[in-house]
Design a protein around this ligand. Structure first.
Ligand code: UD1
Length: 419
């Protein structure tokens, strides 16, 4: 069934919302449950279509999976297979993370090439090189990838760029490698630290996540664990940008500003007031929204690429000028077409967007990818009049009912079915 968000914009928000668990933490953590025999318990695991795909992969591999509210229980006891099913692998790029865990566990992993958001070329060469460095042989045939290792051996890996997924896959595979693996130049994202937290709770000896070198002492027997996933910092950024776009005041619970410094800084530059304490974060905009100056996305702790469309959507309806340079993905400005349909003045040249803020009006627009869809929703809340946001299958990959969260903040938004 085709669904869309019906949004009545142009009214200030006021409300309070609980931020759900982080998709990008939960996905590698679910893959990591494969490292131990028995039942692991994952709390604060968001109910999203990407997470359903990950649970589907675990089921297809022979695990018993069940959800009780925000808690997911994964029992790996009956697992037989090390072939990730094509359909699920094609649906979500993060399926590639199951390869590292399977390789660590069985010395063997097979999958087709991964899918995911269309953000431009998204190779997995760094994942493959990490597996090879640990002693795996890689083979690609008929659109399928297979890895095999008689014995993985720990060693020093230096990532040429701090890829989040390659770092996670290297950590997972290294848990099954004999000896010490050093991962130099790893991604330092908070989700990497969260994966380290879960691996430690399985009994793995992992340290250094969040710094320039991760150390894994592999080959130890692991046991199942119980863990609570961190809050989703991009969902938090979405709510903050929605309040910045529409004006008013919003309070976010279950999260704080610890991982959001560059986003908060940009919103403050644009004239918002923000503040936080552990477990609580708020944003207030009483006056007009100005520009955010010049900013550039980059690996953590720089401005997150996933929050770039969200911030741009708020700024487009403000009164100032901003310049945003995207350094991580090639095709991350496609959402600007939808903003232009709402009256935005944005010029994109190569990796840079120049935004000249002005009042937006409602429009019927289509999401092209996950954060792009959320960005159009943010813009619609700040725009005068009614909007329709189509393409919700993208949005549902990463938000547990975005409309409910925005309604809790006072937004006039509902999900409608076509026809
Ligand atoms: C993860 C996040 C995604 C976020 C991104 C960057 C998950 C499930 N997804 O994606 O939401 O936007 O981090 O913060 O956690 N690259 C290569 N070769 C590789 C791997 C990556 O060249 O083998 C390049 C990519 O094309 C991209 C850059 O490295 O230009 C960063 O990508 P990466 O950090 O790997 O992103 P993901 O893990 O895919």
């Amino acid at each position: 069934m085709m669904e869309y968000f019906a949004v009545q914009g142009g009214r200030p928000l006021e409300g309070r919302v609980l931020v759900h668990g982080a998709k990008n933490s939960a996905l590698p953590i679910l893959a990591a449950t494969l490292l131990a025999d028995g039942e692991s318990v994952i709390h604060n695991c968001p109910d999203l279509t990407d997470i359903s795909a990950a649970l589907g992969i675990l089921s297809c591999l022979g695990c018993r999976v069940r959800r009780e509210g925000a808690t997911v229980l994964v029992d790996t006891t009956g697992r037989r297979d090390h072939v990730v099913p094509d359909e699920l692998m094609g649906r979500m790029r993060a399926s590639v993370l199951f390869l590292g865990a399977l390789l660590a566990r069985d010395g063997e992993a097979v999958a087709c090439w991964p899918g995911g958001c269309a953000l431009g070329a998204r190779p997995i060469d760094l994942h493959i090189r990490a597996f090879q460095a640990l002693g795996a042989e890689a083979r690609s045939w008929n659109g399928r990838l297979s890895f095999w290792a008689r014995r993985l051996r720990g060693r020093r890996l230096a990532l040429p760029i701090p890829s989040v997924g390659a770092t996670e896959n290297a950590m997972l595979a290294a848990c099954g490698a004999q000896g010490v693996t050093l991962i130099d130049n790893p991604a330092r994202e908070p989700e990497i630290v969260d994966l380290q937290g879960f691996l430690r709770c399985l009994g793995a000896q992992v340290s250094g996540a969040g710094t320039g070198r991760i150390t894994v002492v592999g080959g130890r027997p692991l046991h199942p664990g119980e863990y609570t996933v961190m809050a989703d910092r991009i969902v938090a950024a979405t709510y903050l940008c929605a309040v910045a776009a529409a004006g008013g005041e919003g309070e976010l619970l279950g999260t704080d500003g610890a991982h959001l410094a560059p986003v908060l800084e940009a919103l403050e530059t644009a004239g918002c007031e923000t503040g936080w304490e552990p477990g609580r974060l708020w944003l207030r905009r009483k006056g007009p929204l100005g520009g955010a100056g010049s900013l550039c996305t980059g690996p953590y702790p720089a401005f997150p690429t996933d929050a770039q469309p969200l911030l741009a959507a708020a700024l487009a309806g403000g009164e100032g000028k901003s310049k945003i340079t995207e350094t991580i993905f090639d095709h991350r400005f496609r959402y600007t077409q939808g903003l232009v349909q709402m009256g935005a003045c944005i010029q994109v040249e190569g990796d840079t967007a120049w935004i000249d803020g002005r009042p937006l009006h409602g429009a019927r627009v289509e999401a092209a990818d996950l954060r792009g869809g959320a960005a159009l929703t943010v813009a619609a809340l700040g725009a005068q009049g009614a909007s329709q946001i189509w393409g919700l299958d993208h949005v549902d990959r990463g938000y547990e009912s975005l409309e409910q969260g925005l309604r809790a903040l006072g937004g006039r938004i509902c999900r409608e079915a076509a026809g």
